[in-house]
Ligand binder design. Structure first.
Ligand SMILES: NC(=O)c1ccc[n+]([C@@H]2O[C@H](COP(=O)([O-])OP(=O)(O)OC[C@H]3O[C@@H](n4cnc5c(N)ncnc54)[C@H](OP(=O)(O)O)[C@@H]3O)[C@@H](O)[C@H]2O)c1
Length: 294
């Protein structure tokens, strides 16, 4: 049994962590922004010191990739400076920090899955600030895991799967980007992986450091959308999916540049912490059945 604090508990990963931690014997404190606002460094420090957590899981982030191009300061505050503050307090109180980062730290020029040692080169403000947050964790000296993940979806919050289903309600056809490759990742699988890591920490596993964790197969946004509609029709959530047209990134310009290829290699975390990879195809079915029962 450990004292575990989850920051950003209202986000999609935060809510999945709440689900997965509910089945454990850890003493869990779930803190949303209302309880601990990471932008308020002193309040955050005081809360962390008084809670005396063994492990702090940071599921909070500024995740609006395009908006970050205009809101650089806010993105940097949450993704970098506030993370540094949390990490420094963790170092002081001897707590382990489990921090979550992103595939958008890469430029997408690779052709094989990125390993942890691959050179970073973020293309937008979101990725830049997340990378600075990683460095702040590393520089703090706290015992930590930084878990980079990608293309996160779940039954909670805002994500690509839910956006596709919403768009399908009013449209017969959709154009979807087909030249960006990545690995969709089910947020409940990330949460399960973190719970497994907690067991490892309790058993004195000290393989601290940087890790990649994502879905077990790469695809494109077009491929992901196609799989979502196939399952949604099969589960009778919708009667028929919209006709999908593949388009290029150039035909769908966004304020933030995204990597064309961001598949991550999850081998190291599976090896060091005995976690299972995320079977995102099966997870689509699970999420759709959960959404159907709401
Ligand atoms: N979503 C993806 O596709 C994706 C891909 C790669 C990596 N990641 C990383 O995975 C992690 C989890 O992402 P997610 O998809 O769960 O994101 P999310 O659903 O957007 O949740 C982020 C949470 O952070 C909270 N937050 C923002 N500012 C805060 C502050 N000042 N104080 C406290 N909490 C604050 C938000 O609070 P409110 O609810 O009050 O807004 C929200 O609940 C993040 O580190 C993200 O960078 C995500």
């Amino acid at each position: 049994m450990m004292k575990v604090l989850v920051l950003g508990a209202n986000g999609q990963l935060g809510r999945c962590l709440a689900d997965q931690l509910a089945g454990t014997n850890h003493a869990v404190t779930l803190a949303s922004r209302a309880e601990i606002n990471l932008a308020d460094f002193e309040t955050t420090r005081a809360a962390l010191v008084s809670l005396e957590a063994d492990v702090v899981i940071n599921a909070s982030a500024y995740t609006a990739v395009d908006k970050a191009e205009d809101e650089t300061e806010q993105a940097n505050l949450i993704n970098n400076l506030a993370v540094g503050n949390v990490a420094n307090v963790c170092a002081e109180i001897g707590a382990v920090l489990v921090h979550v980062s992103t595939d958008y730290v890469f430029d997408g020029e690779a052709t094989i899955s990125y390993g942890e040692a691959a050179v970073t080169n973020p293309q937008g403000v979101y990725g830049q600030t997340k990378l600075l947050g990683e460095l702040a964790v590393q520089e703090s000296g706290c015992n930590h895991l930084i878990i980079r993940t990608a293309w996160v979806f779940s039954e909670y919050g805002n994500n690509f799967l839910k956006t596709m289903l919403r768009l399908a309600e009013g449209r017969d056809s959709l154009s979807i980007v087909s030249d960006q490759i990545g690995c969709p990742t089910y947020a409940q699988d990330i949460a399960k992986a973190i719970v497994k890591i907690l067991s490892g920490i309790e058993s004195n596993n000290q393989n601290w450091g940087l890790y990649h964790y994502c879905g077990d197969q790469s695809t494109t946004w077009f491929g992901f959308a196609d799989a979502i509609f196939e399952q949604a029709v099969a589960a009778d959530l919708i009667s028929s999916g919209p006709a999908l047209t593949p388009i290029s990134t150039a035909e769908f310009p966004t304020p933030a540049k995204r990597p064309a290829f961001s598949a991550l290699d999850s081998g190291k975390i599976m090896n060091d912490w005995a976690v299972q990879s995320s079977d995102w195809m099966s997870a689509i079915k699970v999420v759709i059945s959960k959404l159907k029962s709401i």
